[in-house]
Design a protein. Structure first.
Length: 434
């Protein structure tokens, strides 16, 4: 992707909409764009915004971190500037609370001068404030499918005048089992509407959804979905499973690792690793599906503001974290599928910056690494940390120690062993709502 032959490819497109000034956007929105700090449109914005403003259905294939949120929010704002107020005209469906809050935050800045109201509807908090927002005449709703259906079942959500529907992270909604809920919602919307579908990948169920609900869509594809973000340096660090935590704490002694996102496979391992790092003196936050909404927002904000140098997360956060300046992503556990690796490492090197992705690879995870390399089409270099003792044996048995490992051969670190019956929950069959 980064060869010299490919670098000039976007240039011809700049002649039609190379700057925000050349796009069909009202000056009111350009004020919001400037306040957002955007200088020039990203490729997905340059390709998608003119067609979407023109009312065309659209399928956008783009990785996270490419600016696609603004690529669908700006057309919504533009098209609704002259719409009657006090009625729901646009609905954005997104898979997670974090993504819903992120989109709401973008709307509040981009649409600050547009006179349009927006409400975020998501689980994990009370329904009262959301109900008041839905009844109170907001023009734009950003929602997760399950919580929106809860409100719809109470009879006070009026979608009769919805003109624009956005399906954001459609493949992630598929992964999380939300497509049946999405279909139920779509059946309640006016058939004559504009639909914008964005997805990092296009598995067959998402393509089928597009065929059913989109009319003659324009396809916009930015970058190869099999490639990680340009600017990411990849490094694999082979290590015995029982030495992973010690290797991570040694790596974190490097003060150039200023903002570090660490991914584990399960929420239980995330909690345990966060405790271990805290005991070692690091400022750590943790985010996963079992944390309350307030806990997740607080951890994310403290990480964004630099109070937490390290954030430990599961894959539910891979597409929901919008934090600039993440210097390093560390895969404490390799993910189940190569696509998840792409989305994890996409949290660094955002907006054309540079970033590093380290993967701690136990012998049992070597096949996963091979699959990731095949998917990326590159060999990830391997290295050993000088001076680190890779040969130290596992910790001595504790009263709870059974000598057993989880399905991937991992041993917990000293002082945090879970009985075998509980620990087995951390294998491949862990909850999909991580």
């Amino acid at each position: 992707m980064s060869t010299s032959k490919e670098e000039p490819a976007p240039e011809p497109k700049k002649s039609s909409a190379g700057t925000f000034e050349e796009m069909p956007l009202h000056p009111t929105l350009r004020r919001g764009i400037a306040e957002m700090g955007y200088l020039e449109p990203t490729p997905i914005q340059r390709d998608a915004i003119p067609a979407a403003v023109g009312g065309r259905d659209l399928i956008g294939t783009a990785q996270t971190g490419t600016g696609k949120t603004a690529a669908f929010l700006l057309p919504i704002l533009e098209r609704l500037l002259s719409a009657p107020r006090g009625r729901i005209h646009a609905l954005v469906l997104t898979p997670t609370r974090e993504l819903a809050l992120q989109a709401l935050g973008f709307l509040q800045v981009l649409g600050r001068h547009a006179g349009l109201r927006s409400v975020a509807v998501y689980g994990g908090v009370g329904m009262g404030d959301q109900e008041r927002g839905l009844r109170g005449g907001a023009e734009i709703i950003v929602a997760t499918p399950g919580r929106l259906l809860d409100h719809m079942s109470r009879g006070y959500v009026n979608f009769r005048e919805v003109e624009i529907l956005v399906l954001d992270e459609a493949d992630r909604m598929l992964d999380m089992g939300f497509l049946p809920d999405v279909r139920r919602i779509l059946r309640e919307l006016p058939p004559r509407r504009q639909t914008l579908l964005f997805s990092a990948t296009m598995p067959p169920p998402v393509l089928q959804l597009a065929r059913e609900f989109l009319r003659d869509p324009k396809s916009v594809k930015v970058g190869e979905t099999t490639a990680a973000a340009v600017g990411v340096s990849h490094l694999a660090l082979p290590v015995p499973a029982h030495r992973k935590t010690d290797l991570l704490t040694t790596l974190l002694e490097d003060q150039t690792m200023t903002s570090v996102l660490v991914f584990t496979r399960t929420k239980h391992r995330a909690d345990r690793l966060a405790r271990q790092l805290q005991h070692s003196g690091f400022d750590v936050g943790v985010i996963h599906g079992n944390r309350s909404q307030n806990q997740r927002v607080q951890a994310l904000e403290r990480f964004r503001e630099g109070h937490h140098r390290i954030l430990v997360a599961t894959d539910i956060a891979a597409r929901g974290i919008d934090v600039e300046g993440v210097s390093h992503v560390v895969n404490y556990d390799l993910p189940d599928v190569p696509e998840a690796y792409i989305h994890r490492v996409g949290r660094t090197a955002r907006a054309s910056r540079q970033g590093d992705a380290y993967s701690l690879v136990s012998p049992e995870e070597e096949p996963d690494l091979v699959r990731i390399e095949r998917h990326l089409g590159l060999a990830i270099p391997k290295s050993r940390l000088p001076g680190f003792d890779y040969s130290r044996p596992p910790p001595a048995a504790s009263p709870n120690y059974t000598g057993r490992q989880d399905r991937r051969g991992r041993e917990p670190s000293r002082g945090s062993y879970r009985p075998a019956r509980q620990f087995r929950r951390g294998g491949r069959s862990g909850s999909s709502h991580r």
